[in-house]
Ligand binder design. Structure first.
Ligand code: SPV
Ligand code: MG
Length: 556
């Protein structure tokens, strides 16, 4: 014979997280105080039951069926129920007593059911003495009951099949529901107890608990008693305790609450054709994320994802008006000018997204209310008119954390450039175009940020990694210029720390307001911080003046 039930456990075992779920349900059932199970019907409702403080879950057959949109007549198959239970069990740490209906057939079906439940750490099952396919106890009158001996066979088969010694089998007596009366209920309770049931569930559809209490008196504690006071809901729990009930099941109240809430919100949105009325009255999206543990995944990603899969966040500096574009930027900043039907910034954000960079903070300044795109966070540099790039970067200091890409807000580039930059070695890497001097590239008088490197671009595939940056400034002589800084920088975790420390120093010495990115990089290099250059050859553009804009629109 397989494992049989254990002796009565000590009461504090009910909440000991070191103990198995079946052991904790068993402890609840046998504890001297009244215990409660709360209904859940899927992973989310199970989590909410645990969050509320319940020590156990009733996986209701009625509720799981209704949540699937079917009747409580075994229309959902037993394996479909098992799937629901797996989600509920995975989502929670407290034990689950599952409503196993009739056991889905005869003794043989019960054996397989119990083995499968034990495999999933479901703590116990309740089976009722009716026939497959079952009918809910509150539907119709005089439902046929199972033959006592046949049902005892189901109980024995279930107990003989449990692979966890603490697994709980509750035998549910439907004699009162079906109108057979107290004597029949007691006769059945006795037979089920002798067959090895750990507890009996005595069910009633009366509006008072009289027949339940009469049963309890006669039963006299021969085994724990479980009740479902759905119909005699007015009876206070003190009365259950006084009548030696061991466990109360609140059987369907989360499902019914969900129906009421969903009806109210659906009809209101239908009526109002809008969301404003309901928004403050329903759980926020963040609550949804919290309930399903979204933050744990973020932490796990930083622990387990390969470094090349961990995409940095991005900070886009987009505070300037861009006065050289005349009336085009009278009411909106340069980053929002139209490039063939789309704002420049939307194209930039899409490129970053394409490279897996999704956490994007845009620093707004001029006409900030016009910088309003999906999937970006914004911070504001309200002193944009009197300050420069570094001051804007400092406004986004909270986002300067871990690996980070910093981009000007008026540039566009092919996605492979971000991919290469993210993969480039070095704590601080800047992107420079080696074809800075090619004809027709720029308006003739246009000022650019020139870079001087430890190694010129050769175009050879054998060039090993980024070149060291030696100087970055607009006024380097052409003979010493190896490229044009395009306004794209990668900072490693260490790189962001170095930059933050430098921002603090610049704040202290008053240089932060007017500084641009080349000034910041120059200061870092002066302290011996290595900065590298990733060479590219074209495949990018910026939009500074009408010449650039015409070129950009042609390229789009
Ligand atoms: C359930 O919750 O599915 C039950 C309890 O079995 S009752 O609906 O009262 O039968
Ligand atoms: Mg049921």
């Amino acid at each position: 014979m397989a494992t049989r039930s254990r002796a009565q456990p000590t009461p504090d075992a009910a909440t000991d997280p070191a103990r198995s779920k079946p052991a904790r349900l068993r402890a609840e059932l046998f504890s001297p105080t009244l215990s409660y199970l709360m209904e859940a019907h899927n992973g989310l409702s199970a989590k909410i039951v645990e969050e509320a403080g319940f020590k156990g879950i009733w996986a209701s057959g009625l509720s799981m069926s209704a949540a699937l949109g079917v009747r409580d007549n075994n229309e959902a198959s037993w394996t479909q129920v098992l799937d629901q239970l797996e989600f509920m069990s995975d989502a929670t740490t407290i034990p689950i007593l599952v409503d196993g209906d009739t056991g889905y057939g005869n003794f043989n079906n019960v054996r397989r059911l119990v083995r499968k439940l034990c495999q999933r750490q479901i703590a116990g099952v309740c089976i009722e003495d009716k026939l497959f396919p079952k009918t809910n106890s509150f539907v119709g009158e005089a439902q046929p009951l199972a033959d006592i001996d046949e049902f005892c066979g189901r109980i024995k088969a279930g107990k003989d099949s449990q692979t966890d010694a603490d697994f709980v089998l509750v035998a549910r007596i439907e004699a009162l529901i079906s109108g057979w009366g107290l004597d029949e209920a007691l006769r059945r309770a006795e037979a089920y107890h002798r067959s090895g049931a750990d507890a009996v569930l005595i069910h009633s559809k009366k509006s008072t608990a009289d027949e339940i209490f009469a049963f309890c008196r006669e039963w006299a504690g021969r085994s724990p008693v479980v009740i479902v006071p759905t119909m005699y809901y007015r009876t206070p729990s003190e009365a259950f305790e006084a009548n030696s009930v061991n466990m109360v099941i609140w059987a369907n109240h989360n499902l019914r609450a969900a129906i009421t809430a969903m009806r109210a919100v659906s009809s209101r949105i239908m009526r109002e054709h809008g969301l404003i009325g309901v928004e403050g009255e329903i759980a926020g999206v963040k609550e949804v994320f919290d309930l399903v543990g979204q933050s744990e995944l973020t932490q796990a990603e930083s622990r387990y994802l390969a470094p090349q899969q961990q995409r940095p966040r991005a900070i886009v500096l987009a505070a300037t008006q861009g006065t050289k574009l005349g009336p085009l930027t009278a009411n909106r900043p340069k980053c929002m000018i139209d490039l063939r039907g789309e704002p420049l910034l939307r194209r930039l954000v899409a490129t970053l997204n394409e490279s897996g960079v999704r956490d994007i903070t845009v620093v707004r300044g001029f006409a900030k209310e016009t910088v309003d795109l999906a999937n970006i966070k914004t911070v504001d540099n309200d002193a944009f008119a009197a300050t420069g790039e570094v001051a804007s970067l400092a406004c986004a200091e909270a986002a300067l954390d871990g690996d980070c890409v910093v981009s000007y807000g008026d540039i566009l580039f092919r996605p492979y450039i971000v991919d290469d930059l993210i993969g480039a070695e070095g704590d601080i890497v800047v992107v420079a175009d080696a074809r800075w001097n090619s004809p027709g590239h720029r308006a003739p008088d246009r000022q650019i940020d020139r870079v001087k490197c430890g190694r010129a671009f050769t175009g050879s595939y054998l060039d090993e990694g980024p070149a060291p940056l030696v100087a970055i400034a607009p006024d380097l002589p052409s003979s010493e210029t190896h490229g044009e800084f395009i306004g794209l920088v990668k900072l490693s975790d260490r790189g962001t720390s170095l930059v933050k420390a430098e921002l603090a120093r610049m704040r202290a010495d008053g240089s932060i307001a007017s500084a641009d990115l080349p000034d910041l990089l120059t200061r870092l290099m002066a302290q011996g911080v290595p900065v590298s250059v990733l060479y590219i050859t074209g495949h990018w553009l910026d939009v500074d003046d009408a010449f650039d804009l015409a070129k950009a629109r042609n390229l789009m």
